[in-house]
Design a protein around this ligand. Sequence first.
Ligand code: SAH
Length: 252
Amino acid sequence: MDSAARTAERTRIVLVGTQHPGNIGAAARAMKTMGLSRLVLVAPQKFPHADAEAMAAGAGDLLAQAQRFDDLAAAVADCRLVLGCTARDRRVALEQLSPRQAAARIAGAGAGSEVALVFGRERTGLENDELQLCHAAVHIPANPDYGSLNLAAAVQVLAYEVRLALLAALPDPAPARDQPPASHAELEGFFAQLADTLDAIDFHKGRTPETAMHKLRRLFLRADLDAREVRLLRGVLADAQRMARLAAGKRQ
Ligand code: SAH
């Protein structure tokens, strides 16, 4: 298992006092799509429930494995980092983090540190004494006139940020190139042949050749060509030049 998967494993999503079981299912689905699997329920009002199963779709396994506690303190007792998500902006006496900052803290938490992201009730959110158990508050900077997200939507936003942070910590998946980039001289040889070819096929039709060449140079330089690719393109140009000569011969 890589370190990103291990961090995902020690990150639990804690839902406190959830009222609608459908939201528990939707939260499980949101988590599973982002590679999180540890769902913890604190005193859910209705669970298990058919609505939870229905909204979980293929994430029923998370519901089956969900742990249950009677209060938040017990649910996070073994955690080194506890972050409480709140729709209330700056009205808590806690450090406030954005979802991105929260995800960075989680990704940076030392190996073996259990981490909890805590979400409140649909109607009333987290109570003050529950927020007091958290090390920091997380606020999604939503529309100030309508800033309270659906519970599962809030879980999705945080789970996505955690995923991005963990993916960023992985080595770059881009395959190493098997050829070094083309040299300056190789590229200039190609550009000179490209300019000759555009003349030969009468591409410019009276317009100044420099304009098109500037754009084409930019395009091909962006492509970061290697020597083999330059040879392939020059082969195409050579054929185009040959066809242009044949056509010119026929016209005479
Ligand atoms: N009226 C409640 C809203 C609860 S929404 C309140 O004032 O708190 C249910 C849960 O979703 C919240 O407790 C919180 O954990 C999460 N949530 C909703 N909107 C959020 C936001 N903008 N930022 C962070 N968490 C949010």
